[in-house]
Structures are given as C-alpha cells and as structure tokens.
Design a protein around this ligand. Structure first.
Ligand code: HEC
Ligand code: HEC
Length: 421
C-alpha cells in the first residue's frame, strides 16, 4: 500500500495511537484557502464556549446533535447524529469514487452553506438511498445487505454486462481487510494466544504496568495539512484519557477523550466542537485509547474470533483476530513472525453501510521498556494521513485540561470539497 509521503510501510508493531478520523474531510484547495465566511450551521450548541466556572463539572454531556439540527436541507438522512451523517457522505464518496463537489457542485469549496443547494445528482442520491432501504427491507429483513457499493463498486455508473476481460484475467490480489473466517482454516492460535504473544512482544505485562502515561510530539502529513508536514502532539494515560492535536495551517484538529466523553474539533468541521455520541466514532476513540496501553486491550474487546485463513500485508504473513469494540466490528492483524500488531481496521456503521477505517503501525521503539509504534498511517474513505513521532516522554504528569472539551477558536470554519486518495 502507498501513503502520501511515498513511504512504503512494511511492518510494524502496535500500540496505538491512531488518531480517530471521525469526519474530517479533505481540504479544498492546494494551499490554505482564505477563510471565507462563517459556516452555515443554523444551530450549534456544541460550539458553546468552555464550560462554566465550575470548570470540572465539565462532564456535562451535550445534547446529541442530529443532522437536521445543524444542516438546513436534510430530507432522507434524518435522525442521525452529525458525525454519522458526515461519515455517510464519506461512504457515498467512496462507493461512487466521487469528491464532495460531484454531488454538491463547485460552489461548496470553502462554503458550508452551499451544501444545502439541491442539484440533480444530489436528488438522484436521495432516490438511491430510498431504493436501497426498500430493497433491504423487502428482501433482507431490513439488514444492510445491499449498499451503494454493492452496485457502484467505486464508480458512478454500475455495469450491467459481464466483462469477458475480467472473466478470463487473473483474479486481483486479495485485500487482507476482506478476509473472512473459514471452517477450513485453523482456529489456532487462539485469541488469547495472539494477544499474549503481542503483549510479550511489546515488553511483557510487568513492563507494561510501569508505563502509566506518555506525551509525544511529531510530524503529521494529511489531507487537512494539504499533505505538507505540520506538528502534532499526543497525550495518553493508562487510565484511558487520550488526546491528539494536529496543528494544521488552518487551526488545530483535536480528538480528545477524558475517559468518559469524547470531542472532536477542527477548522474544516461543520460543527467546530462536537461531542461524540455512542457509535462507530466513539468506539474508535475508545479502542485507540485501549491500544495506547494494550495491557487492558482484552477488556476493550468482546466476542473475539479467530480461524481466518492466513493472509499477508506487504508480503508479511499475519494472524487475524476479529472482535467487537463497543458495537463496532474490528480486525487486528498481528505479524506472524514478531507477534506485533501491524494493522487495525474498524468498521464504523452508518445508515447506508459500514465505513472502513484502517490504521497501519510501524517503527516500534522502546519507551520505558515498552515498544510503541513511532509511525502510524491512517486510511479511510476521506483521505490518508501519516503520523510520525519524534519525541516521546514516558510517565509525565499531564494537565487534565488536555483531555477536556476543546475550546473552539474564533475563526470561521472552512468547508471541504475534495477527497484526496
Ligand atoms: C453521492 C452523492 C454525495 C456525495 C459524494 C456527497 N454528498 Fe453530501 N449530500 C448528499 C445528499 C443526497 C444529501 C442530502 C441528504 C438528505 O437530504 O437527507 C447531502 C447533504 C450534505 C450536507 C447537508 C447540507 C444541508 O445544509 O442540508 C452536507 C454538509 C454534506 N452533504 C457534505 C458533504 C461532504 C463534505 C461531502 C464529501 C466528503 C459530501 N457531502 C459528499 C449526497 C452526497
Ligand atoms: C441496485 C444497484 C444500485 C445501488 C444499490 C445504488 N445505485 Fe446508484 N445507480 C445505479 C444505476 C444502475 C445507476 C445509473 C442509472 C442511469 O444511468 O440512469 C446509478 C446512478 C447513480 C447516480 C448518478 C451518477 C451520475 O453521476 O449520473 C448517483 C449519484 C447514485 N447512483 C448514487 C447512489 C447512492 C448514493 C447509493 C447508495 C445509497 C446508490 N447509488 C446505490 C444503481 C445502484
């Protein structure tokens, strides 16, 4: 697989720190666009200023924001949280091989308001959502069997005539993320064996117990930094708190989790500070916090399943562990040779299908006797990004404010228009 930086990731190891992609989208222009006008959102309670004097009582949970609370022209995707609505847009884009502008017009670049405009292709998409729901209801008991991707396969015009070229060509290489369990595959190693082996590979339980927090800084390249290098920092505690802050040219992209509530903030978001509600994104944030201190990983996973045929990632044989984190399906890929975690894929459910989010780990180095990956690459429907740690300080005191609800900057939001592959 290829990453922006042109680096080929070969292997790696685990501990995660993957930044949750949530719903940030690709930036619109090759250079930081001049902020145009304030964003459209008609109501934005979640952008409310930092919590009251009580400061700490900040545990206060915001009312979940639904798509129709924030956007002005939502007709079919109603009653779903804002972040899931944005993931649905990512699902549409990935299924059709489209950028946001293909369905929304060029006027949306840098301008959230124009996303409300109805153009024919947007109306076609609404009809398609209704059609898909009707098929699934009538034929599959309402299960999400048929999705946009089933027909579209990454293109706008589904094919109806079988291709002879395809029929007589070699099969394309298998995507390891697609591997499914098979009754013919051995169920060994067991989930416990895989996880124990991994914990030993990164230092063993005793060493893991001595690492209780870390603070790191590093280099980031991604869709929201126009693929240029910017700084990021990460803070994590074994008690669950986890925070990643990317200092992009347009402002900070923050994902933060105080061990109970999680928020995302970014200059390209429709709601500048959004509290996550239970669901795929929240499951992802929690899993990343567990992967940062893997001693507790077993508690973070339920319904662990093994028994996958051997597959490879960059020519390395891997053991696959499938599990459920919160309510989301996840797959963990461990290097057969080293036992280290080299990939995590989670499937974030939306109303139209599941969006895959992949994190590849590499460059494991020892920090206070525990191996942590100094590089991780995030790949999802809206873009790819690369995180590379430069400095990690173990067992430092971290100000609780780092994990609290982020404070929105005064700057207006910049709407995205393009997906960068
Ligand atoms: C395949 C077509 C398609 C693509 C691609 C697509 N959208 Fe949409 N988008 C829609 C449809 C359809 C709606 C209206 C949904 C409804 O009425 O329930 C919509 C609505 C929206 C809205 C709500 C606007 C309002 O105020 O009512 C926003 C914001 C939005 N899209 C953002 C995006 C972004 C950002 C991207 C790129 C990541 C994107 N969309 C990609 C089809 C698409
Ligand atoms: C059962 C198969 C099927 C499914 C499922 C499906 N589509 Fe389509 N879609 C089609 C076909 C066929 C066309 C082409 C129709 C034509 O050319 O008249 C099409 C056309 C479109 C177009 C117009 C493309 C263009 O640029 O003209 C859009 C947009 C679209 N679909 C969006 C979606 C979305 C979004 C979903 C998921 C909610 C979806 N489709 C699910 C079969 C499907």
């Amino acid at each position: 697989m290829k990453f922006e930086a042109g680096r080929i990731l070969t292997a790696g190891l685990c501990l995660a720190l993957g930044l949750s992609p949530l719903y940030s989208q690709t930036a619109a222009a090759p250079k930081p666009p001049a902020a145009t006008k304030p964003p459209a959102p008609k109501a934005s309670p979640a952008t409310a200023s930092p919590s009251s004097a009580a400061g700490k009582a900040a545990a206060a949970t915001d009312k979940p924001l639904m798509a129709e609370d924030v956007f002005t022209n939502v007709k079919v995707l109603r009653g779903i949280p804002v972040n899931q609505f944005m993931e649905t847009m990512g699902f549409f884009s990935a299924s059709l091989g489209y950028n946001c502008t293909n369905c929304h017009g060029n006027a949306v670049a840098g301008n959230w308001e124009r996303y409300a405009d109805d153009i024919p292709v947007k109306n076609t998409s609404r009809r398609m959502v209704t059609m898909v729901n009707a098929i699934n209801k009538a034929q599959f008991g309402g299960a999400q069997v048929i999705t946009c991707y089933t027909c579209h396969r990454g293109g706008p015009t589904p094919k109806s005539i079988p291709s002879l070229l395809e029929q007589y060509s070699e099969a394309s290489p298998e995507d390891p993320n697609d591997v499914e369990r098979s009754s013919r595959a051995s169920s060994a190693p067991s989930a416990d064996d895989m996880l124990n082996r991994y914990l030993n590979a990164i230092g063993g339980e005793q060493k893991l117990a001595t690492l209780t927090s870390f603070a790191g800084t590093g280099h980031y390249e991604g869709f929201d930094s126009y693929h240029g290098g910017v700084k990021f920092d990460i803070y994590a505690k074994a008690s669950g708190e986890h925070s990643v802050n990317i200092h992009t040219q347009n402002g900070d992209q923050v994902t933060t989790y105080d061990a109970h509530n999680a928020w995302i903030m970014g200059p390209d978001k429709p709601v500048s500070v959004l509290q996550l509600v239970p669901g795929g994104d929240m499951d992802g944030v929690k899993l990343e916090s567990a992967l940062a201190f893997p001693a507790k990983l077993k508690q973070a996973l339920t319904r662990m399943r093994t028994g996958f045929p051997t597959t490879t990632i960059d020519d390395k044989a891997v053991d696959v562990l499938e599990a459920t984190a919160g309510a989301s399906r996840v797959k963990l890929f461990f290097d057969k040779e080293s036992g280290l975690l080299i990939r995590m894929v989670r499937f974030s459910k939306t109303v139209v299908g599941s969006v895959p989010v992949q994190v590849d780990y590499a460059d494991y180095r020892e920090v206070a006797g525990v191996k942590i990956p100094f590089q991780w690459n995030l790949t999802w429907t809206d873009g790819q990004s690369m995180f590379s740690l430069e400095d990690v300080k173990p067992n430092v005191a971290i100000d609780a404010a780092k994990f609290a609800k982020p404070v929105a900057p005064a700057k207006p939001a910049v709407a995205p228009a393009k997906i960068t592959k």
